[in-house]
Design a protein around this ligand. Structure first.
Ligand code: GLA
Length: 431
């Protein structure tokens, strides 16, 4: 675990290999004002009323996945309390398929060496344990890692996924299709959405397109439950050198998605990518030197504030106590899972010191005081100035200290250490 950013040994080499494989380009920050008009369809599967929570294989394991890993992951999540804290989905990402290459040449099947008892066995196993199983495919002839895709076979594949008992599909157009026009991307995602909805089975639908084609403007309307707002996350909190390349660090991801708050609502979420908490720079898939405990905690807090899906990417079979405590903080999870489904807005920006606020269903507010700087600073939230609230006296609770701080008539100031986010719950104490 490193607190200060260390030199990212190996990062550039790994990046070069990945970028070659994905032929990807870095994009400018999201431009939500650019509206593309499509016929409104208002399709909805009625699922994911709060941001999906679970585990996904990609960040920690890449294509090196198999039955044993998935069974052990499910068992671990039951035993370590993650399932009961809300992490229900166990999602296979790319690499479960048998064949590489175009779908024109090979069928879509599971790899019998990696999954000797098949995918249905795993879905049944997950269901017996009170969890759900997710799978991955894409609208291309092949997927991002080069396995056979679903393009042109949507109904056949949706039938197969349903027969296995699949509960979540990440459908990935890959970060290499940056230049596809939005209508083509939308058409392809819509084909799978309709195929899934035709099944008598609930499948949460993730349309993954690296934040291109202004996907947030139309994905919810075609029945998607979440969509990525950017390219892949790196295992970094703040690594600007990486930003012109392929991967986005935590702060960069926040900056790219913060303007998209209005697109998040129950059933439809901006996806800031899978969590890097606990990867500690050891991922064989992602670049990055890892982040400190406090930086991972900040990342987790901000994903909760931003109502992003919470899909853990680390090896949950071996979590250290601090990381497990981070992932299972029920007070912060309650912010993520608040039924009103608002994504936080940035209400104050004093350079490195920022205040984010999210209105909760009961009228209270979750507030994050984010220190982007590496040194300790005081950050203040003023409910009149920052939130426009008429409250005279405010009850403040610190959701990481699990402590009521008291009732305040004057703005509340907290000492926030470098790269920390204090997460507060504000209530009208006059009520
Ligand atoms: C893309 C996605 C990742 C992962 C890989 C799998 O890069 O953005 O999240 O699914 O493909 O190949």
């Amino acid at each position: 675990m490193t607190f200060l950013k260390s030199v990212q040994t190996g990062t550039l080499a790994a990046l070069a290999v990945f970028a070659l494989a994905h032929t990807a380009v870095a994009t400018e920050p999201a431009s939500p004002e650019k509206v593309t008009h499509f016929e409104q369809l208002n399709l909805s599967n009625g699922l994911a009323k709060t941001p999906p929570m679970g585990w996904s294989s990609w960040n920690g394991f890449g294509v090196n996945i198999n039955e044993k890993l998935v069974v052990e992951t499910i068992d671990a999540m039951v035993e370590n309390g993650m399932r009961d804290a809300g992490y229900i989905y166990v999602n296979l990402d790319d690499g479960w398929q048998r064949y590489k290459g175009s779908r024109n040449d090979n069928p879509l099947e599971y790899d019998p060496e990696k999954f000797p008892r098949g995918i249905k066995y795993l879905a049944d196993y997950a269901h017996q344990k009170g969890m759900k199983l997710g799978i991955y495919s894409g609208p291309g002839k092949d997927t991002c890692a080069g396995y056979t895709g679903s393009g042109g076979h949507e109904k056949q594949d949706a039938d197969m996924f349903a027969s296995w008992g699949i509960d979540h599909l990440k459908y990935d157009a890959c970060c290499s299709h940056a230049n596809e026009p939005a209508d083509v991307v939308r058409r392809d995602f819509l084909a799978m959405s309709k195929a899934l909805m035709a099944e008598k089975q609930d499948v949460v639908y993730h349309t993954c397109h690296c934040g291109w084609a202004n996907i947030w403007e139309w994905a919810g309307d075609i029945g998607a439950n979440h969509w990525r707002i950017g390219q892949d996350i790196s295992d970094d909190f703040d690594y600007p050198e990486n930003r012109e390349q392929y991967y986005f660090d935590v702060l960069d991801m926040i900056d790219r998605g913060i303007e998209l708050s209005k697109y998040a609502k129950p059933g439809q979420w901006n996806d800031f990518d899978m969590l890097i908490v606990g990867l500690d720079g050891k991922s064989k898939t992602l670049v990055g030197a890892g982040a400190s405990n406090i930086e991972y905690r900040t990342h987790f807090s901000m994903w909760a504030m931003l109502a992003s899906p919470m899909l853990v990417g680390s090896d949950v079979r071996n979590l250290d106590p601090y990381t497990l405590e981070t992932l299972t903080n029920r007070e912060v999870i309650a912010i993520s899972q608040d039924p009103a489904g608002h994504q936080a807005r940035k209400v104050r920006d004093d350079g490195d010191y920022e205040v984010y606020a999210k209105e909760l269903a009961d009228g209270s507010y979750a507030v994050a005081l984010l220190n982007r700087n590496g040194t300790t600073a005081d950050i203040t939230v003023n409910w009149h100035r920052d939130l426009g609230l008429p409250w005279e006296k405010v009850a403040v609770r610190d959701l990481w200290a699990h402590e009521d701080k008291g009732n305040f008539e004057i703005p509340y100031t907290a000492e926030v250490i470098g790269h920390e986010a204090k997460v507060l719950l504000l209530r009208d104490a006059g009520k």
